[in-house]
Design a protein around this ligand. Structure first.
Ligand code: KG4
Ligand code: ZN
Length: 347
């Protein structure tokens, strides 16, 4: 069933066509440059940009997939969580199209979609659900950091999440303190390459705690104090590289350590990771090494599918239609605060 999916939960306007677990097209229009001048995402501007971009992006997705709107058999969109006004654009457009074409509509939980993106690979990219196995999944981005146990039958259990800042938020805020442009994660990744990760010692928050929660705001504060005490450091290119490498090492140690511990406790043999921060090269290398040491299989989302995209929404929507064979109501509303462990009727 060719299915058209929309994703507009934050600052990427995306539309994708999927068919039988294959991605036929995945168009992403990023608003990063617009929001960079404000140092973060401005919700009202994001919603306006989605309104402006969604139709051209959807048209391009259909063209690249080589199908007309009437060939679509279902429509899907992110229903939550996310920025309310941004979610509204994608959800209402998808419901209107489903109404017009008399096709089923499927509302998708954004984080649940991230969970399956590591299973999408190949050229053309397809979801490898035949080899799907129980796993512990790390979702790590600018808005969320969480560990989820995903059973073989796709049932989910939220193991832990961040108590304050997400890991990507920490990269971005620390980068801002260093004078790097928003979003700072990719710049820190690049600068860290030539730096010494042991040059400066930063805390590894909650790494030794037995639960699966995260906390990154204390790390950000310790970098703030460090820069207050070393005001000239960012002017020295070598020291800036050392600082980036040291901060990155602290974040990556926590993410890897807690993910591996959760996987051991959940008695799974597989670990997966997705979300914008899963593009981080040090995280990918360290997680691969730790999984090798523990004999876990590791599935990392392709970098292009780590960040927000409609293809992951479509892949999950198709599965939901196959497995449940019923759709979401066309009257259903956005669910900005929808928790992964919360059933849709009480969200
Ligand atoms: O998934 P995403 O595009 O959007 C949401 O936050 O939902 O993730 C964006 C986040 C930003 O905080 C950005 O700094 C971070 O992912 N990020 C990275 C890297 N690439 C993106 N952080 C560290 N290293 C990277 N290579
Ligand atoms: Zn996301």
């Amino acid at each position: 069933m060719p299915l058209l999916a929309f994703e507009t939960s934050c600052d990427e306007t995306s539309a994708a066509v999927v068919h039988q677990n294959r991605i036929l097209s995945n168009v992403v229009s990023s608003q990063i440059r617009l929001h960079a001048q404000y140092g973060g995402v401005v919700p009202e501007l994001a919603a306006r940009e989605h309104l402006r971009n969604l139709l051209p992006v959807a048209r391009t997705a259909l063209e690249r997939a080589g199908i007309g709107a009437h060939a679509l058999e279902a429509i899907s969109a992110t229903q939550g969580p996310g920025l309310p006004s941004a979610l509204m654009v994608g959800l209402k457009a998808a419901q209107a199209l489903a109404f017009r074409l008399r096709r089923p509509f499927v509302g998708i939980h954004h984080h649940e979609a991230h969970l399956y993106s590591p299973w999408i690979n190949g050229d053309p990219p397809a979801a490898d659900f035949e080899n799907f196995q129980a796993n512990v999944s790390l979702i790590v981005s600018g808005g969320h950091t969480m560990l989820v146990h995903v059973a073989k039958d796709f049932r989910l259990r939220l193991l832990g999440s961040t108590l304050d800042d997400a890991a990507g938020e920490c990269f971005d805020k620390v980068g801002k303190l260093m004078g790097l442009p928003y979003p700072a994660g990719p710049s820190i990744d690049r600068l860290a390459e030539g730096g010494d990760p042991k040059a400066f010692d930063f805390p590894r928050p909650l790494l030794q705690e037995p639960d699966h929660n995260f906390s990154f705001s204390g790390l950000k504060t310790s970098v703030r104090y460090f820069l207050r005490d070393h005001p000239d450091l960012t002017g020295d290119r070598h020291k800036l590289r050392d600082l980036c490498a040291s901060v990155q090492a602290a974040i990556v140690d926590v993410l890897v350590g807690k993910t591996i511990r959760a996987a051991c406790q959940a008695a799974v043999r597989c670990v997966t990771a997705s979300g914008g921060v899963a593009c981080n090269r040090s995280l990918r290398v360290q997680l691969a090494q730790a999984c090798k040491d523990q004999n876990f299989c590791l599935r990392l989302a392709e970098p292009s599918l780590c960040t927000d995209n409609a293809a992951m929404i479509g892949i999950l929507a198709e599965q939901k239609l196959k497995r449940r064979s019923h759709a979401t109501s066309l009257d259903s509303d956005i669910l900005p605060g929808w928790r992964l462990d919360q059933p849709v009727h009480s969200a």
